[in-house]
Design a protein. Sequence first.
Length: 211
Amino acid sequence: MNLSNELKEKLLLLKHESGKIEDFADFNFFNIEDIEEEQIGYSIDEDGNSLVSDEEGSWESGWIVIGCENLCGDPIIIDTKEEGFPITLLMHGMGDWGAGTYLSESIDKFINEIKCINNFIDEKSIQNTNPRITCKELDNLIYEIIEEDECGDADAWKNMLEPIYTSTEEYENAIINKVKIMSKEGIKINEISTTLNMSLKDTYGYLKKSK
């Protein structure tokens, strides 16, 4: 397997950027030195024999596995025969490799999308306010991403970011419970807002959710 220097640089950058959110995401991209070995079971067998064929649903010659989805181990590939190297999440156990979901129309766009997520998390982490991140904000971020990428898929992105969705939902539920308890204790909404370091608008929103 021969990777051009240009593609190697892109894969190195993708690994670097994705590594910043690995605790918040359900995917992993391989180190550049491991990519050739990671093709075993996909384009080649353990003896180095090709598994590529022209049969429908077979592995295609331009596909390179660059990472995987963590939960099921489904491979994330680039198609080196397509302009821009589009990225796709394929599915194990389907009997063939024809089933999958496009993630991005190009590796460059995908890298920028990962950067957008990194910037969003960084900006939120330096804000000393509640809530830090909401599920609605995550949804908006994903929809902004897929609006700029004709191959983007909202459900696929939500699945890949499932860990941060889960932690955010738990976090929001904890805030709702705090607001509910404080309200039952007779504490006024402006005092709840101040105590929890949260805007009045957000405090009122969580109070409504606690009903």
